[in-house]
Design a protein around this ligand. Sequence first.
Ligand SMILES: NC(=O)c1ccc[n+]([C@@H]2O[C@H](COP(=O)([O-])OP(=O)(O)OC[C@H]3O[C@@H](n4cnc5c(N)ncnc54)[C@H](OP(=O)(O)O)[C@@H]3O)[C@@H](O)[C@H]2O)c1
Length: 164
Amino acid sequence: MPKPLHLIVACAENRVIGRAGQLPWRIAEDTAHFHRATAGQSVVLGRVCYQTWPHARADGRQPVVITRNPALAQTGVRVALSLPEALTIADSLPGEIMICGGERIYAEALAYHRPLRLSLTLIHADVEGDTFFPEWRHLPWHELTRCESRDAHFRYTFFELEKK
Ligand SMILES: NC(=O)c1ccc[n+]([C@@H]2O[C@H](COP(=O)([O-])OP(=O)(O)OC[C@H]3O[C@@H](n4cnc5c(N)ncnc54)[C@H](OP(=O)(O)O)[C@@H]3O)[C@@H](O)[C@H]2O)c1
């Protein structure tokens, strides 16, 4: 039985998730949420996400990096050429499969015929950026939880959604 795919993302109302290779915001509560949710799990992510996340290997995470560059493989870090190859690797590892982006990887994962879980931090603003989360609102999600919060700059809501 394949494991569910667990996508985790922070996304603005206009679906922006990134700008110039970085997050377009710094929301400490969301960063802590992301680190907590991914600790001890397999994290499937694109090369840019991996190279800009210094904690990818910390806290028991097992990165599976999607890239054409095999030189990125090292102790505790696996590489794959595609999402299907990354999922074959992640299925063989203990823990959940957390899909951490970027844009193409989220789009391919959302289209998979596999149970999906989505940990979504929806930032209630339109934000300038160049990288987007695919449209998800039309899919038949079941809402498990929601929790509203804010910091000095943004209002945001943590959603836990699932789709069988
Ligand atoms: N807000 C959030 O929650 C969130 C989450 C994730 C990312 N982001 C933001 O998004 C941006 C990074 O995402 P990105 O989409 O630009 O880059 P990315 O997916 O992290 O990396 C792109 C690279 O990964 C490989 N790749 C990605 N998808 C692939 C696929 N389907 N098949 C084969 N190879 C694939 C390729 O590597 P090679 O060129 O090495 O072959 C590609 O050049 C940053 O701004 C980051 O901060 C935000």
